[in-house]
Design a protein around this ligand. Sequence first.
Ligand SMILES: NC(=O)c1ccc[n+]([C@@H]2O[C@H](COP(=O)([O-])OP(=O)(O)OC[C@H]3O[C@@H](n4cnc5c(N)ncnc54)[C@H](OP(=O)(O)O)[C@@H]3O)[C@@H](O)[C@H]2O)c1
Length: 287
Amino acid sequence: MTAQIIDGKKISMDIREELRPRVDLLTDKGAKPGLAVVLVGDDPASQVYVRNKERACEKLGILSVKHDLSQETSQEELLALVENLNQDPSIHGVLVQLPLPSHINEKEILYAISPEKDVDGFHPQNLGRLVIGDPLFLPCTPWGVQELLLRSGVQVEGKNVVIFGRSNIVGKPLTMMLIQKAKGANATVTVCHTRTRNPEFFTRSADILIAAAGSPGLVTSEMVKEGAVVIDVGINKVNDRLVGDVDFEGVSKVASLITPVPGGAGPMTIAMLMANTVKAAEYRIGL
Ligand SMILES: NC(=O)c1ccc[n+]([C@@H]2O[C@H](COP(=O)([O-])OP(=O)(O)OC[C@H]3O[C@@H](n4cnc5c(N)ncnc54)[C@H](OP(=O)(O)O)[C@@H]3O)[C@@H](O)[C@H]2O)c1
């Protein structure tokens, strides 16, 4: 079997185009969506991510306001900025780019963002709403994975899903999304992590295998059931090349559908961030 490639770039562009009329309508109503992105320090990868988010906003006609703060910014200064953005009526979404410098208490900053402007979906109120099946904002990367599956015609209901990774931003929220009694969900989900013994035992019966571990070469063809769908969320730099967590070449011979890295799950995160920003603006004016 040679797997068909899921084109995340194309799917993400479709989603972004679908948002355009909603952005236009909001703008006509004087409620142009606005996203504030806060970057602390000069981490090169974060700078690239922030630039990509700004570009996506510009292309869609979303107001994008970048706050570029020095590495030495204090907790109090950052909290004050978040508070200002929470109050700013031109801003509908507030995103603080992670990771933050080690002297900053990340949790306190994320909790300070107004849940109604939390377009990353990391605030405990939004994560709690996700758990009980009444989400406001879904975290962008897990939502992107779910959309990739939906738009590739993958039936999730009743399937065995195995997820590698249990982080608060990918693995855990994705697990919560896929077990919901809802469209694009209703799966039986197993989560593997670094303490899982013999993960192959679980992965070999997975209809859908999702790797979000940040561990290159983690998923090999022997671990994958014939015909499985494989989604690779991992982004790792190996010898100056970007690779995922999945041995793409080997696993492509066994899987039925597979995402590449780059060009798979990655572009979906920005598309879903745009979707959350539009949703936040609609929410504000009661649309
Ligand atoms: N836009 C995007 O596409 C996007 C967005 C976010 C993240 N990512 C990528 O996705 C990956 C995961 O990100 P993250 O923020 O969730 O990372 P993280 O916070 O480091 O969490 C990694 C998770 O994977 C597990 N893990 C790591 N190595 C493993 C192994 N060899 N076997 C089994 N489990 C293993 C860890 O287990 P323990 O809990 O036991 O430590 C942990 O739960 C990274 O490569 C990241 O760059 C991509």
